[in-house]
Design a binder for this molecule. Structure first.
Ligand SMILES: Cc1cc2nc3c(=O)[nH]c(=O)nc-3n(C[C@H](O)[C@H](O)[C@H](O)COP(=O)(O)OP(=O)(O)OC[C@H]3O[C@@H](n4cnc5c(N)ncnc54)[C@H](O)[C@@H]3O)c2cc1C
Length: 418
């Protein structure tokens, strides 16, 4: 491998890939850039697929993130509708599914994730939808008709956003969720109840504690049943039960894989010359001191950028606390940090009025925050989390104390994790 990269091949042509390609050019890289993507579309954004694209506000073209024109002007070659099989660093190429070789001397895996299925329960059918790509969203949109019904399996963020968009399109959503409350596993019981109430108050028929036992498509609709005997009928069903990382290319290349492609803080995989970023990367996060894989737009952007800089030989650690947003039922929800372990929750504002920020603390250290309609507060919380701050819970809860003051008062700590 030469010291200076001459030709970068990115596997995957979506958010992470687009940001990486843009960063490479903006940082002065003049060599060859090729994006290999198995979807037929130029890179586009996925967040609108469950939101504005479904309730009519946006068209498919509006989701574009890197246009074919930009790619042509910046000599970024798009090989779309083309699946990659593996990276062969000895041969200096990515091998495509048809055996063709795409030459390169640096490689980025940005293969993302795919929708999880209900094992053994689903057959491929146009009315059974897994919302991951633009084509899925357009197919779903075509099935939404005012006065109709949509069954949604899973009340996570994607399922809830689809329910919200369905309502806005005049469709009655029936949501079936296995847990006692939506998102309680991640956010805890109180916030889970808040999310459940949000759905019900807005007219969603939400069934919790229900395990789906069959999904059947008929000539003009779908029938979903649960182990307890619940039967839900609709024009279509959206199965929104999470996502799985696309690790085949990494595995075929002999790269270490465990819940995604394992990468260090510089996005390096176990194979020299190959980096990974975005939804597929299980990243050794310096702030938390452990491997974490997330499916967040912001992470795709930041890791894509960091990976590109590292490919160019400019060591860049991606160590921001994670952040994502969700728009549903007229509310903007945001989350930052890692809520996996916490022993105390402090709420500022009111859950009943859907105007709050909830702080999660572990041994006094702020680890995560979740907010409704409080983007500014989330921004401050993110800074506190990055500093591993130990704010006084009474001050966190006190609306009269500016969070910016707590940020100013907290000393920055060196990265390293616990
Ligand atoms: C419906 C929906 C709504 C979302 N809403 C939000 C939101 O509100 N907020 C938020 O923070 N995040 C949201 N996200 C998550 C966000 O979109 C993802 O984090 C982001 O798209 C990840 O980008 P990526 O490029 O890493 O992976 P992906 O976007 O998954 O792209 C990977 C690409 O690689 C392709 N690929 C896979 N294998 C191969 C192969 N062998 N050869 C060639 N190509 C391959 C895939 O087909 C895909 O095109 C949402 C996601 C979805 C699906």
């Amino acid at each position: 491998m030469s010291d200076t990269p001459q030709s970068v091949v990115v596997v995957g042509a979506s958010q992470t890939a687009a940001v990486a390609a843009r960063t490479l050019r903006r940082r002065g890289f003049e060599g060859r850039i090729t994006l290999v993507g198995d979807e037929p579309h130029a890179p586009y954004q996925r967040p609108p697929l469950s939101k504005e694209l479904l309730n009519g506000g946006l068209s498919g073209a509006d989701t574009e993130v890197l246009s074919e024109t930009w790619c042509a002007d910046n000599a970024v070659e798009l090989r779309l509708g083309t699946a990659a099989r593996r990276v062969d660093t000895a041969a200096g190429a990515v091998e495509l599914a048809d055996g063709t070789l795409v030459p390169g001397d640096r490689f980025l895996l940005a293969t993302g994730a795919r929708a999880r299925r209900l094992p053994g329960l689903e057959k491929d059918h146009e009315r059974i939808i897994h919302l991951r790509g633009l084509d899925d969203a357009l197919r779903l949109r075509a099935l939404l008709r005012p006065g109709g019904r949509l069954v949604i399996v899973g009340a996570g963020f994607v399922g809830s956003e689809v329910a919200s968009s369905a309502l806005a399109a005049g469709v009655r959503p029936v949501v079936i969720e296995q847990a006692a409350e939506p998102l309680a596993r991640v956010l805890g019981a109180d916030l889970g109840r808040f999310c459940g109430r949000l759905q019900r108050d807005n007219g969603v028929e939400l069934h919790t504690g229900e395990t789906v036992s069959s999904v059947r498509a008929t000539s003009d609709g779908v029938v979903v049943t649960t182990e307890s005997g619940l039967r839900a009928e609709g024009d279509a069903v959206v199965v929104a039960v999470g996502a799985l990382p696309n690790v085949d290319v990494a595995r075929n290349s002999g790269i270490s894989v465990s819940n995604g492609v394992l990468v260090d803080e510089y996005c390096r995989t176990s194979l020299p010359g190959v980096w990974a970023a975005g939804d597929v990367a299980n990243h050794r996060h310096p702030l938390y001191g452990r491997w974490i894989r997330v499916e967040h737009f912001d992470n795709a952007n930041k890791q894509g950028m960091a990976a590109a800089k590292n490919i160019l030989g400019r060591p860049t650690v991606h160590d921001d606390p994670h952040w994502f947003w969700s728009d549903q039922f007229g509310l903007n929800l945001q989350h930052c940090g890692q809520a996996r372990t916490w022993d105390r929750m402090v709420v500022r504002g009111s859950l009943d009025e859907a105007d709050f920020i909830a702080f999660c603390l572990a041994d006094g250290v702020l680890t995560a925050a979740f907010a409704a309609e409080r983007g500014g507060d989330i921004h401050a919380a993110r800074e506190l989390i990055a500093r591993r701050a130990t704010p006084d819970p009474a001050l966190l809860a006190d609306e009269d104390v500016e969070l910016a003051q707590l940020v100013d008062a907290s000393a920055a700590v060196p990265a390293g994790g616990s």
